[in-house]
Design a protein around this ligand. Sequence first.
Ligand SMILES: [Zn+2]
Length: 189
Amino acid sequence: MTVFESPEYSVANIIRCIGDNPLRPGLMETPDRVVSSWKELFAGYNDEPGKHLEKQFDVEVRDMPVFVNNIEFFSMCEHHMLPFFGTVDIAYMPAEKVVGLSKFARLVHGYARRLQVQERLTGLIHDAINEHVRCHGVGVRVRAKHFCMLARGVQSAQAHMTTMFASGCFETDPTRRQEWLAQLPRSDS
Ligand SMILES: [Zn+2]
């Protein structure tokens, strides 16, 4: 790889396009810092998020839904390469096995640390749980603020977006669905 193909050189070029000078003292080390921060923000490309769900434990109590709320995440919207961030609320109804609490956070981060859109993030989290954990239903809600909406164009600082996807008992059983919806953190919290 020549210097002109390096990610650092590309970042220096972006600085030039913005209208600044990448060689001025304050910006000299910025390309290195941007590249290393992107390694962290986009670590999801080297992750197989579903694998985090493979370690499972036997269910001791039958017929009891599990709710894991307020998992914080940071992601980057693929339309503007600007951050969007918020929380994920997960519900599942175990059939035989349950998953350790921290694994859901790893799952969320594995999908969030990529160029992403909120709708797809919601579906990917749902599908991974549905595929890897034997259960009678899965519900996922994602609430996020999008920097591209906060700071550009209409500049609506309070607006946030909510996406929800549910299947199994959380979609078809009215009692379970109501139970799930009722225990979700309120939108203004
Ligand atoms: Zn955007």
